[in-house]
Design a protein around this ligand. Structure first.
Ligand code: A2P
Length: 299
């Protein structure tokens, strides 16, 4: 299975990352250390996770040089206004103790007014001004690649209809057995925009059930690997970058080892995942009091 994918910039992004959403303060540093020791060279974080300083410290404490680690962070909803972006990016860079990010994503296709959770209608409908500022951050060398997260096809098209100087390098979305998004995956491949799979095991809410899926169990048994390894391998074999989260050193080590799945077993799992009604595990639309669903098409 591919250890890296090549992005439009020519940069190589490692296919398996440690995800640090829901990795709490006091545990995330040890998780990053365990990941680097296990061979991971890709950490997927965000300003919003409120743990970047501890991630940065763990990276700084390691012997691995900065150029050998792929660092992703994300622009939070409350800072989409072009005049707010550089400051919050600088905060992220400071916390991570680095002068640049490998990848910076628009965390959600929803803009809030500064320091609020009130929707900024204009910047939500049209993220181009936000994107232009991110392009400027690329020019300044503060980020090497920029991308998006949680964008459906319509929202990607809405953004890419503009005369972009830098096209979105990736789209990071929920992908797991419950919500495998085959249409988005196919469309993204056809448009040369790799997907990154968050909550690849179904996140803490669904992980137990995911590991028990019969097709997953069958792969694990046949190949002598764990159910989590079967799932993470499935994601890479589908052509996505995969971001499993764990704060447990043994699981972190386990999750890094992917295996090629025999075609018939891969197809059976793909078939099982895509033949039940999709069930999204993560959707904050209601929590944010939105009067629309983030993942629906515009009316
Ligand atoms: P923990 O962090 O306590 O180790 P996802 O990557 O889909 O967001 O899933 C994260 C959830 O899955 C967390 O609850 C994490 O627990 C758990 N998890 C991660 N890796 C494994 C594994 N190899 N086996 C079992 N559970 C795992």
């Amino acid at each position: 299975l591919p250890t890296h994918y090549v992005l439009p910039s020519g940069d190589k992004i490692p296919s398996v990352a440690l995800g640090v959403w829901q990795a709490g303060k006091g545990e995330v540093g040890a998780a990053v250390k365990a990941a680097l020791d296990a061979g991971y060279r890709h950490i997927d974080g965000a300003w919003r996770y409120a743990n970047e300083a501890e991630v940065g410290q763990a990276i700084n404490d390691s012997d691995i040089s900065r150029e050998d680690i792929w660092l992703t962070s994300k622009l939070w909803n409350a800072f989409h206004a072009p005049e707010d972006i550089e400051q919050v990016l600088d905060e992220t860079l400071g916390n991570l103790q680095t002068s640049y990010l490998d990848l910076y994503l628009i965390h959600w296709p929803v803009a809030f007014k500064k320091d609020t959770t009130e929707v900024d209608e204009d910047l939500t409908a049209d993220p181009y001004p936000t994107w232009q500022k991110l392009e400027e951050m690329v020019e300044k060398g503060k980020v090497r690649n920029i991308g998006i997260s949680n964008f459906n096809i319509q929202r990607v098209q809405n953004l890419t209809a503009n005369p972009l100087k830098v096209t979105p390098a990736v789209n990071q979305v929920e992908l797991n057995y419950w919500n495998p998004q085959p249409e988005l995956l196919e469309w993204s491949k056809a448009h040369g925009m790799p997907l990154e799979a968050y909550s690849p095991l179904g996140s803490s809410r669904q992980v137990k059930e995911t590991l028990q899926v019969p097709e997953v169990q069958a792969i694990a048994k046949k190949l002598g690997i764990t159910p989590a390894q079967a799932l993470i391998s499935w994601h890479v074999q589908r052509g996505t970058i995969v971001l499993p989260k764990s704060v447990t050193p043994s699981r972190i080590e386990e999750n890094f080892h992917v295996h090629v799945l025999p075609e018939d077993l891969f197809n059976k799992l793909e078939e099982a995942a895509t033949s039940h009604p999709p069930q999204r595990v993560v959707n904050p639309s209601k929590d944010w009091g939105l009067d629309f669903d983030i993942f629906d098409d515009y009316p």
